[in-house]
Design a protein around this ligand. Structure first.
Ligand code: GLN
Length: 553
């Protein structure tokens, strides 16, 4: 999956590189999924081919129906039994998201498999919620039911009957529209849920509850009376808090900007979690890394000026992960700016690596210091290929999934933010790492390696002790951030960007503040001096505001 075509690659604890939808499930339900929770056509075909090679089919003709469709059903039934919420025993209900659009070639075997499955498990054991679009014609505000009618007809033709319609639209559906949909689609009116636009995504569980979507589902599954009322107190207060935020915090996100902000979805979500927790209204200022480079100053001076203006106007700078050398020099310049001007900085994965390169170049004076990813022949390789697997193959050589970090410096900002734990587990996805042979030299020059792996050879966290907040991490803390439990390092970045980091440290890391949030304490509030940053007034869903370069969430 290319992150710039498909959105970010989400990483699970077990190292599964999966669709970003799984991130939404983990965040909303606060669960831990495994790579088996992500079924793909490739995985299914692979398993059928493996079975055939093993001789499991005993020379029979292997076909999409029944072999592929059986494999899909077996997969679902096997994975449904694996607990994901930390509790013992399987869940009561398994949610299967069948992505795509009715009629897609890719999803055909899955639709057929689910048709067979629903028939096999029978009434009361299968609830089909069909998500469809109800466009609203702008001029007259008319809500059009035709697309839903068509897709329901398509579904029925493929052997699936929806029990509930979840209609995506800008406004709540008019009653007469529901009546019409009910008649044409044979779904009762109370089972037609309208998913209209809301100011932030945290309203959605409330919106579903208000329309009694849970009751509709429970009725279809014969679970009425077994389930309690939805426990949505935390969602309610978070959604309300999010709507009322007004004190701004501007974070410059220095990445490969391509217009598809889904490429950095988890980082954005983690910034939102931390900002809401800190009671701040987040503005993400997208800075295309290559626009900060000298070459752009000549080729496109306006873009160069705009990029630097945004960077300099930000309260904090974040350089996210990335691959390939485009924009690397710009990211290095951003880290240098943050280091020299004492601007709060968080570098994630590649963001940490470029911070190390910058430090080696500017502070130690190693002009050609580089990562061997970008210059295989550099005389000062401060970041090198340290695969856990093959040294010659790209595929399957990444260090992936949850790995343990051991804090080396207990009074470091990162250790304190993590509640002074001695070890933490975070998710990884990288091939390159700080060259262990250069660590002593970097340390001597003042770079602190606050966290390492169990061997002490892999550097996990860097910090500049004399800087207000300059942290780089080899892992991706964004994947484990949750709405009510923001990732400590994002929380630290936002707090530092607002001049409130000391107040966070007065307690014992963020633990102290859960669940009421950091906003409860009295804190020094840095005067907002961000006049030069682009002023954005266009509120985007989910409490994120941007410089208008990207539409997201
Ligand atoms: N390209 C770098 C590596 O492979 C960083 C990867 C990342 O940021 N996820 O190590």
């Amino acid at each position: 999956m290319s992150p710039f075509e498909h959105g970010e690659v989400y990483v699970l604890d077990d190292g599964g590189e999966v669709d970003l939808d799984l991130g939404n499930y983990e965040r909303f339900l606060d669960i831990k999924l495994t790579s088996d929770n992500n079924i793909t056509t490739g995985k299914i075909y692979q398993s059928v081919i493996d079975k055939e090679r093993r001789g499991d089919y005993l020379g029979k003709t292997v076909q999409v129906v029944p072999h592929i469709t059986d494999a899909i059903q077996e997969w679902i039934e096997r994975v449904a039994m694996i607990p994901v919420d930390g509790k013992a025993g399987p869940a009561d209900v398994c949610v299967i998201e069948l992505g795509g659009t009715i009629g897609d070639i890719e999803s055909m075997p899955f639709i057929e498999a689910l048709g067979q499955f629903s028939y096999r498990v029978g009434t009361g054991n299968f609830c089909l919620i069909h998500v469809s679009l109800v466009p609203v014609l702008n001029v007259v505000g008319e809500q059009k039911t035709k697309p839903t009618q068509h897709s329901v007809r398509g579904l029925r033709g493929l052997g699936l009957t929806p029990h509930i319609l979840a209609c995506r639209s800008t406004m709540a559906l008019d009653q007469n529209v529901k009546v019409k949909l009910s008649q044409f689609c044979h779904v009762t009116e109370e089972n037609i849920i309208t998913l209209y636009d809301v100011p932030n995504i945290w309203h959605i569980p409330l919106l579903l509850r208000d329309q009694k979507a849970h009751e509709a589902i429970l009725k279809v599954l014969n679970l009425m009376g077994k389930a309690g009322q939805p426990a949505l107190e935390e969602w309610t207060s978070r959604a309300a808090i999010c709507d009322k935020l007004h004190e701004p915090v501007h974070i410059a996100m220095v990445g490969k900007y391509t217009g598809l902000s889904d490429s950095y979805l988890s980082v954005l979500k983690a910034l939102v979690h931390a900002s809401v927790f800190n009671r701040k209204k987040l503005f993400v200022d997208w800075v295309p890394a290559s626009d900060l480079e000298d070459a752009t100053a000549k080729e496109n001076p306006d873009a160069y000026k705009a990029a630097w203006k945004l960077l300099k106007g930000a309260d904090g700078i974040l350089v996210p992960g990335g691959f390939g050398d485009r924009g690397v020099q710009g990211k290095i310049l951003a880290a240098k700016y943050a280091r020299e001007n004492r601007i709060p900085f968080l570098g994630i994965c590649l963001g940490m690596q470029i911070a190390v390169i910058e430090f080696a170049r500017s502070v130690i004076g190693l002009q050609d210091a580089n990562s061997t990813e970008f210059d295989p022949n550099t005389r000062n390789p401060c970041v090198i290929f340290m695969p856990e697997g093959s040294k010659t193959h790209m595929g399957g050589t990444m260090r992936l999934g949850s790995r343990r970090t051991y804090f080396q410096v207990m009074n470091s900002k990162s250790a304190k933010l993590y509640g002074s734990k001695s070890v933490i587990d975070e998710r990884h996805r990288h091939r390159y790492e700080v060259n262990p042979d250069m660590v002593a030299c970097l340390e001597k020059a003042g770079l602190s390696f606050a966290g390492k792996d169990e061997t002490g050879r892999r550097m996990e966290i860097i910090e500049l002790p004399n800087h207000p907040y300059f942290i780089g991490v080899q892992f991706h803390p964004e994947f484990k951030s949750r709405p009510g439990k923001p990732s400590p390092l994002f929380l630290g970045l936002i707090a530092a960007a607002c001049g409130e980091l000391d107040a966070v440290f007065l307690g014992n890391g963020i633990q102290r503040n859960i669940p009421n949030g950091v906003g409860n304490h009295t804190a020094k509030i840095k005067a907002y001096q961000n006049g030069i940053a682009t002023k954005a007034t266009n509120a985007l869903p989910d409490g994120v505001y941007s410089n208008g370069n990207g539409v997201y969430l």
